[in-house]
Design a protein around this ligand. Sequence first.
Ligand code: APR
Length: 236
Amino acid sequence: MDIKAINIKKYERIVFFTGAGMSAESGVPTYRGEGGIWHEYKWQEYACQDAWEKNPEKVFDFHDLRREEALKCFPHKGHEIITDVQNSHPDVSIVTQNIDGMHQRAGTENVIELHGSIWRVRCENEDWIKEDLAEGPFANRTCDCGAWLRPDIIWFSDMLNQAVLQKADEAISNCDLFISIGTSGVVWPAAGYPHLAKSSGALCIEVNPKPSEQSNMYDFVYRGKAGDALPKLFIL
Ligand code: APR
C-alpha cells in the first residue's frame, strides 16, 4: 500500500471519524466483522431500551463485560497519532462511534461520542448523567432514588443526543480534511458523514482493511489497519 504523508498545515479544520475498527487493533471486538459482538449476542437482548426495561441485570452484565474487556486493552499507535495531530494543529475534531473511551485514554480531548460511553451512567428518574470510572464493572446499578441506572449509551432504536449530533454535524460540515477509520458505514446518521464532508468540499480519506458501505465516497482509500496507516499518513 502506497501511503502519501499528509501535510496537516495545508488544512484548516480536520476531522477524524472513528468506528469499532479503530479499537479492534487494541483488542476490542468489532460489532459486525469476524468475531463481532453482534454475532455472539443478539442486540435485541442486550443493547436496546426494551432489553434494559425487561432485564436490567442481564444488560448490565453484558456492559460490565464490555468495560472489563476494554480495560484489558490499550490505545495503539494510531490513537497516539490522533492525539499528536490534535496537539499540533489548532482545529482537530474527533467524532467516534466507539463507547470504549480508548481515544481519551490515549490523551485525545473533546471527543464527540455519538453513541455515548460505557464509562457513564444516567438516572432517567432523577434526570442526571455521571461518569462511572470504576476500574471494572459499573460501581452501581441502581440510583439512591431506587431506580435502575442506565448505561449512557445510544442503543438500537434510541434517538441520538441532539447536542452531540449538532457538534458532530458542525465539525464535519466545516472541515476540509475528513479521515474515517474503521467503520463499516452501515449505521446512520454516521454513515452519512462521508457524504456530508464531501459535499462541504473536504478531502476524504478512508482507512479500513476491507471495503465499507461508503468506500466510493472517498478520494483516497487505504486498505490497511489503523495502526499501520495512521503513522504513515501523519508524520509529525
Ligand atoms: N483498522 C481499521 N479498520 C478496521 C480494523 C483495523 N485494524 N479492523 C477492522 N476494521 C474495520 C472492519 O473492516 C469494519 O469495516 O472496522 C469496521 C468495523 O465495523 P463495525 O463492526 O460495523 O463497527 P462500526 O462501523 O463502528 O459500527 C457502528 O454499530 O452496533 C453499532 O453502536 C454500534 O457504534 C457501533 C455502530
